[in-house]
Design a protein around this ligand. Structure first.
Ligand code: ASP
Length: 437
């Protein structure tokens, strides 16, 4: 029998109705043996996630303010959940333990982790699965990151002891047993670690969308769903804003060659998006996988005659950025010119000083600044080695009357990035989509 690791996000476990959907999904496939859970998410738009309430609880306690109201909001949600699911589980004793530990000065990491912990205890009871606490399995080192090798070894051993288990996401512990959490959204990482430990056939990530769409649905009407996407393509698209997974999720499963399947708990018959190391040959050549983009970039363009003969010119320019602790996105260059493209948020009031210092250090013939630019990336393995892709893209932009200010194509040819003015962003995305889809 194969093994599937299924991680359910906060909206998939927000209330009893959602828990029942999860139960049906898990019971619908015997291979779904290891289940990773987030804390309860929002039940409606104005609701507060349990993890956010736990952060508030910690803050109040730190400031010596009355936190009884928040504590009872948290307790009530779990009590209601257990009651509506008709479970006999003694969740009160777990909640009391939290209250006692908060009173005794528990750490933020401990408090924040309880959202997943309680949810894990409840789902394990509902499904009749073992409960596997990641303490002693997922190990964090002093610097705060998890110890990949040791964690993997522990996980393999721990999973061997359980035929079927529910594992709370988001946390582990240091070697001395103190609870440590991942960054926000980190249950995705736990899911990936469990999938690797179980040598799973697939890592299912259940959320409230049916995977990735080819373009932002607020810009393109009814964009097509992406059926399969490679890790590399996903990296390109998510770097440009198309985010569904926590960024560090890919690493453990990539190492083990396990595909990730993004699925929708509210629409389980939809097969979602499959993230794989290599897209199969069935994909039409010349097709694109997706389009994503980000607004608000600033371009600093430097020109100097005979720049290409001057050794160290780029290094001098980049050393100024380093001094101001600014990271850049791209550096397209010509023979005697070079541009640095920087997210405007990074600049944060430093632009004038930066330009002054680049002028001083690099002595350019001219230095120009263009603000309010956006970058749009068109991604797809089908683009590599396919003649005419760039022509199609630029033809579409020209036909829409959009002025392209910058072009960048990675050496792997799986994406073309264009820079246009912010005001042309939406129109440009639509033009590219319509040219290829
Ligand atoms: N509950 C945590 C958060 O809200 C972790 C997660 O859901 O993945 O960030």
């Amino acid at each position: 029998m194969g093994v599937k690791v299924s991680k359910f996000g906060g909206t998939s476990l927000a209330n009893a109705v959602q828990f029942r959907k999860v139960e049906e999904i898990v019971k619908g496939d015997r291979e779904r043996r290891y289940i990773v859970v987030s804390a309860p998410g929002k039940r409606h738009k104005t609701d507060t996630k349990i993890t956010d309430l736990l952060y508030q609880l910690y803050e109040k306690r730190q400031q010596n303010q009355d936190y009884t109201d928040i504590l009872s909001q948290i307790s009530d949600r779990y009590l209601q959940l257990v009651e509506e699911l008709g479970l006999t589980l003694d969740i009160r004793s777990h909640l009391k333990e939290l209250a006692d530990n908060v009173e005794a000065g528990a750490s933020l990491d401990y408090i924040a982790s309880r959202g997943e912990y309680f949810n894990g205890v409840i789902l394990a009871d509902l499904l009749g699965y073992s409960f596997l606490d990641p303490v002693g399995v997922i190990v964090f080192n002093e610097a705060g990151s998890y110890n990949d090798a040791l964690t993997h070894q522990n996980m393999v051993q721990a999973l061997k002891k359980h035929e079927k288990a529910v594992i709370p996401g988001f946390y582990g512990a240091s070697e001395n047993g103190d609870i440590k959490i991942f960054s926000r959204g980190g249950s995705d990482i736990t899911g990936a670690i469990v999938a690797r430990g179980a040598a799973a056939d697939v890592y299912e990530n259940w959320t409230d969308v049916s995977g990735f769409l080819m373009a932002d649905p607020t810009i393109v009407e009814n964009p097509k769903q992406i059926k399969d996407i490679s890790y590399k393509e996903l990296r390109e698209l998510s770097y440009m804003g198309a985010k569904v997974l926590h960024e560090e999720t890919i690493f453990p499963v990539l190492k083990a060659g396990i595909p990730i399947n993004i699925r929708n708990t509210n629409d389980p018959s939809n097969t979602g998006t499959m993230i794989v190391s290599k897209v199969n040959g069935s994909r039409e050549r010349g097709a694109i996988t997706g389009i994503a983009g980000v607004k608000d970039f600033t371009v600093i363009a430097v020109e100097k005659y005979l720049m290409n003969y001057e050794v160290g010119y780029v290094r001098k320019m980049l050393s100024v950025l380093e001094k101001y602790n600014i990271s850049f996105e791209h550096i397209p260059s010509g023979i005697d010119n070079i541009c640095v493209i920087i997210s405007s948020h990074e600049l944060n009031g430093k632009l004038e000083k930066l330009v002054e210092e680049i002028t001083q250090v690099c002595q350019p013939d001219s230095i120009m600044v263009y603000e309010d630019m956006c970058l749009i990336t068109t991604v797809g393995h089908g683009m590599a080695y396919t003649p005419g892709m760039a022509a199609r893209l630029f033809g579409a932009l020209a036909a829409a009357g959009i002025n392209v200010r910058m072009i960048d194509q990675g050496s792997s040819e799986i994406n073309i990035i264009v820079g246009v003015e912010n005001k042309d962003y939406e129109e440009a995305v639509r033009a590219i989509y319509n040219a290829f889809v």
